[in-house]
Design a protein around this ligand. Structure first.
Ligand code: 13P
Length: 285
């Protein structure tokens, strides 16, 4: 199946109120795992890469893995660059063929400056037929070296709506009490903020910090317009714990393929559970 644009994938999800899992893969094994889950459940999929993964795995190598995988797959897939404050990395990914990028201007000195640069990123993305996610508030928590554990300023509804309208972003990521990483206590989310923004701009929202949210929270936020749901920490936990469990069971194993198969299966199971929770199963055209 050819690669499908992030916008097209999210428009359908937004219109029919289901969530598309955007999984932060870390290598070929985790990519294979999330694609296998999406195929088994007939779900559209967003493959997401952090800047750290792009640098660690190599931009060309990562892109080639994605393309090979998408060509074999029978469900719509798009490749997205997660939180990227670095314009050079962002441009390189767009040029190489990433379908969308999150320009993270949340730590710029002002929303005005964020807006100015996001407008430039949107114009650049359009030259490649690519799409842009924007944010004005830092989503709490450090993920792959980006972000902060400090509480971010939360801007007014007018500021958020003005940002979306004047930049032309395709997806918006509001801070609603969500956080990257493992929640230390049950998160209290400002779901109404999603509805308020969607009522004004009618665009898909991105729910960050998906790891650890309850099924009821997913249902509620997806119904309000969170068509893109980001999952990173759950993938990392599945990946790492699978490695530990494998060696606990077989401490003397010298067979890498059996380890890789075991890890892939556990990451796939994690993705299956999330895809079901987002109700994107059966939604692939
Ligand atoms: P988690 O690490 O909490 O799953 O959040 C992922 C995310 O929002 C990536 O941007």
């Amino acid at each position: 199946m050819p690669v499908v644009s992030t916008k097209e994938i999210l428009q359908d999800a937004f219109a029919r109120r289901y969530g598309v899992g955007a999984f932060n893969i870390v290598n070929d094994v985790s990519l294979d795992a999330v694609v296998a889950a999406a195929e088994e459940l007939r779900a559209p999929l967003i493959v997401q890469t952090s800047v750290k993964t792009v640098k660690a795995a190599g931009l060309d190598e990562l892109y080639a893995l994605f393309r090979a995988s998408a060509e074999r797959a029978s469900v719509p897939m798009a490749l997205h660059l997660d939180h990227c404050p670095d314009r050079a990395v962002l441009s390189a990914c767009l040029k190489r063929g990433w379908n969308s990028v999150l320009f993270d201007g949340s730590s710029l000195p002002s929303v005005e400056e964020n807006k100015r640069q996001t407008i430039e990123v949107v114009a650049e993305a359009r030259t490649y037929g690519a799409h842009v996610e924007g944010e004005i508030e830092g989503i709490k928590g450090v993920e792959d070296g980006i972000g902060s554990d400090a509480e971010s300023d939360i801007y007014s509804l007018e500021t958020a709506v003005d940002f979306v309208r004047s930049t032309g972003v395709d997806v918006f990521a509001p801070a609603i009490g969500n956080a990257h990483g493992v929640y230390k206590s049950a998160p209290v989310l400002n779901a109404q903020r999603v509805s308020d923004i969607v009522a004004k701009v009618s665009l898909p929202m991105c729910l960050h910090g998906g790891t650890g949210l309850s099924a009821a929270q997913f249902d509620d936020l997806i119904a309000r317009g969170c068509a893109k749901v980001n999952i990173s920490t759950a993938l990392k936990i599945a990946f790492m714990s699978a490695n530990k469990d494998f060696f606990q069971e077989k401490p003397n194993s010298t067979d890498p393929p059996s380890l890789l198969k075991f890890v892939r299966e556990r990451v796939k199971q994690m993705a299956v559970e999330h895809i079901r929770a987002f109700h994107s199963d059966g939604k692939a055209a």
